[in-house]
Design a protein. Sequence first.
Length: 376
Amino acid sequence: MSNKLTPIVFVGGHIDSEVEALVNRGQQAAALDTIARVLALELFDRPIVSTGSAAFARELAGWPVTVVFDSGEFHFGRQLGEIVERFDVGRPFYVGGGSAPLLSSDELSSIAQLALADDSTLVANNFYSCDFVAFSPGSALASIQLPAIDNDLAFLLHRQAGLRNVPLTRSIGTQFDLDTPVDLLVLDVNPDVGPYCRQFLDSAGLDPARVKAAMRFLTDPSAEIVVAGRVGSHALAHLETDLACRKRVFSEERGMRASGREARGEVRSLLGYHLAAVGPRAFFDHLASLGQAIFLDSRVLFGHLGLEPTAADRFNSDLFLDERIRDPWLRSFTRAAREAAVPVLLGGHSLVSGGLWALIDTAWRERDAEIGAISG
C-alpha cells in the first residue's frame, strides 16, 4: 500500500440550464485549484479526476492527472468503488469538485498526516454529511452499502466498515462548500480564493453588491442580523465570538437530508409554518423588522412546504432572477425576498455555515484594512 494519499476528485458534467452551468464551471475552477495544491504536496499521489464533462476532461489535457470519464448513469458510490478497485487505491482522498475552494495547502497536508498516521481510519470535513474524506484502506468500500451521494460516505465507513473517525479541526476551508450561486458570490469577495476560481469569477459577470450590503453589518455593533436554517453548533460558536452585531438565529432541520426526513416529507420548520400562514410578502416584512440583513437557508422552507423545485429554479432564486423561475410560488417568494426592505441572501446549507463564516472573516479583514488606511 502506498504511503501517500491518492486524491480522487469528482466533477459533475450533467447540466440542464444556464444557471446550473454557471455553478458547474465554478466547481470546475475550484477543482483545478484543489488539484494544483495537492500536486505541489509530497504526501499526495497522482490525482484521479472523475468527470462527466468532456470539456473539463479536455481542459485537463497536459495536467499530470488520470482522467476517468463517466458517460453512464451516475451513482456516486459505485463510481468511487470502481475507481478504487481499478487503480488499486490503498488510501483514497475523495474530494467533491466544489468542496474545497478555500482549503489551504497547510490544511491539505494536515489531512494527509492524520489519514496516513494509522490504518483503518477516516478523516472527513463533516462526519454526518461529508464533502471530502480521506480513508484507509480503500478496500473498506467493499464492506459498505455504496451510497448514491457523497454525504453519507464517512458515516457508512465508520458504521459499516469499522473505520475510526479522526476529527478534523473545523475551519473556513473545511466547512465552505461551493454548491449554489450564492456560494460563488461569497467566493467573489474572498481574498483567499485560488487563481483558477479568481479567473472564473472575474469573467462570470456576477454582482456581489447584495453580499457586500449584508456583510457590512457583521462588524457593526449597532446592527442586528437574522440567520435561519441548518445552522450547526460550530457556526453558532463563531456567531457568538466573531460577530460585532447582535443576531437572531433560527436553527432548524440539521441533517434533514442525511437522516432521510427530507425524502420522507418529514421536514418541519417554525419559520415554514409562519411563511405558510402569512405568505412571502409579509414573511419578509416580518423578518426585515427583526434585523438589518437576512441570511436564509431556503431549502428548509422548501422541505417544510413539500416543494421540490428544480435545480434551475432553486439557483435562479438564489440569484433573485425571478423572471426565469418556472414555479409560480417560488417566483413570488423570490420577488418578495428581492424587494425586502433589507438585504436578503438566499442559499443552501453552506450559506449559514461555511459561507457565513467566510463572510465574517472577509468583513473583519476589510474593516481592518480600512482602519489601517485611515491611521496610516
